[in-house]
Design a protein around this ligand. Sequence first.
Ligand code: DX5
Ligand code: ZN
Length: 218
Amino acid sequence: MPSPKIAPSILSADFAYLAQEIEKVAPESDLLHVDVMDGHFVPNLTIGPPVVKSLREHTDLFLDCHLMVSNPGVLLADFAEAGANRCIVHIEIGDPQPLFAQLRSLGVEVGLTLNPDTPIETVLPYLNEIDLLLVMSVNPGFGGQAFIPEVLEKVRTARDKADEMGLDLDIEIDGGITATTAPLATAAGANVLVAGSAIFRAPDPAKAAREIRAAAWA
Ligand code: DX5
Ligand code: ZN
């Protein structure tokens, strides 16, 4: 299994103080998760390449950009230019291979994700073409939702398949991750934990991140 990583999601941070919010969690973070929403693929609107560019100027952390957008192809070059390290695209929008090719040519890591209701079989054919598989554990669009435990079976299936193929695949989980749900996710085979509200809505975000890490890899 690849190394364990904590990825705070800035969606639950105070956008007016992003740089300070990130400084609070940076010592406990292996990467930063950036939720991009277009008001079309999901019923919410957040941030895009200009904010990624500003983040890049303030942090050396790996920027993991989760694209909850209907047409990511038109944005990938801008994300690359802005300093994104990885772009994660949704399988629900259709054939991801042209997007993978575009990301590779831009020198950006490739992530693929699926919604809670989407069967794991839709992404298994692509495991050897991606750097990371993200299993959504809430319906994308908003922070602060409850973890959907039924997705753990999909994490197990993906980890088994990756092992069978000899792939050291990063499997990330996103949505409702807390010190209580994190150990369920890692036991199922996830090694990258995204957490938004559990970290940024805590009185001490760094401590909250430490507690999730300790619970997940006890
Ligand atoms: C939801 C986003 C998540 C979100 C998770 O659409 O993809 O990354 O920030 O927030 P929490 O951890 O609060 O469920
Ligand atoms: Zn996300």
